[in-house]
Design a protein around this ligand. Sequence first.
Ligand code: AMP
Length: 501
Amino acid sequence: MIQNILDYLENSAASCPEKTAYEDLENHYTYAQALEYARRIGSALLAVLPQNAPVPVLMEKEAGTLHVFMGAVCAGCFYTLVEPEQPLERIRTILETLEAQVMVTTRSIKEQLQELEFPGKILLAEELLKHEIDEDGLAGRRRAACDTDPLYAIFTSGSTGAPKGVVVCHRSVIDFTEHFTKIFGFDRNDVIGGQAPFDFDVSVKDIYPALKVGATLEVIPKRFFSVPKKLLDFLDDRKVTSLTWAVSALCVISMLKGFRYKVPKNIRRVMFSGEVMPVKQLNYWRTYLPDVLYVNLYGPTEITCNCTYYKIDREFGEEEQIPVGEPFPNERVFLLGEEDQLVTEAGKLGEICVTGTALALGYYRNEEKTSQAFVQNPLNRCYPELMYRTGDLGRYDEKGELYYVTRKDFQIKHMGHRIELGEIEVAFQALNGIERVCCVYDEPNTKIIGFYVGEPEAKEIIQQLTERLPRFMIPNIFRKVERMPITKNGKIDRRALMAEL
Ligand code: AMP
């Protein structure tokens, strides 16, 4: 039984040592090299850190960064990617939250970050790679490890206040990876095109499936996501077969009609998550790549990547929504109503709640927030069973398929009506000539504002929307934007939109 994700790396290094494990524009590393570098770095880290200590990694999105992640794990520690380009103040908050004794970076980033004045030890990745392997030290750390030990911490963007570090253990990632690779048929011939930044948990779905099956992970440069031609050339040249991307990243290609330039020939699987996938954009992909498996993946970082999936198995009209589907095995996903009662009837809204091995350990050094979000399952009065409240509202249809409706925070009270902004967005998105939409509520002025990318003017939109929505749901103000601002995690940036008002 797999108890430590290093088993994945070791098994692949033993069965396909010469195969490329990770690759980016400049470098590529075989499985044998990946394991060796991980062990060297791990040996260096275990000399200065106790078991289960955090290893903040201030490095770019490149293949070599993965050696440091695996090195941290070899040392019995856990890693956190800290994006070096974010504001210094946020980097400081993260390092303080972690009570980090060391940080790992590169020489050039260290020079850029002199003002950080980190009080701990700064270790350079290029030096750690040369460290001698400490066989006994590594074996000792491995013996002492448990599968409930932390593997990584991901700091959520934290819409209010300080960022929270979601800590996830080996067991949760192993459980997820086993099901994920099996259900979607990953194998050694896969070439995974990694879109997600390493401080976003979509990257977990790139890294561990690749390691488990001995596939190759192509780390795509961030800048390619604003230049579809380069992106499409990359996917085609590297013979990428599998994409697990944020919705917005897929939309970059479809909104700019990228496939007119080139259709990558090897893609066989396209999975998306993070936001509602606009059917119009999905249909564009399906027109050019009809024989591909498309999957809607749903879930927050706190339940380890995703808790439900829906394999697209039929045509969807533009006014339809795609279900979020069924729970992954070994996870329980259900809806709770306002009195914490189980909701099973079609059409009724409830908060999406999750129990099972998938639950994160909590927020690092933040008992208060942990106990607010990870609570006793109110349906179980017999023994301790933790449940995560996602803060998302969902509903079932007549066929029992689960749909994501909206964030609880996006449920508004407007002119006496309870409205889900997500529902307005689905109708709005389906209109002719509309590419992407986002609705926000300007509470002080009691106005619904509809931001959109597309051709039509407000008058025409109102005319079309009147046929689909009750009057009180039609946005009061329409704002045409050149393109949607996107957060670092690939979601529409609502705060940036509000700031434009
Ligand atoms: P994150 O923790 O950054 O992955 O964000 C998780 C949140 O993104 C969820 O709680 C949902 O609000 C939203 N989300 C994730 N996947 C989907 C999806 N397939 N459809 C709609 N919303 C999603």
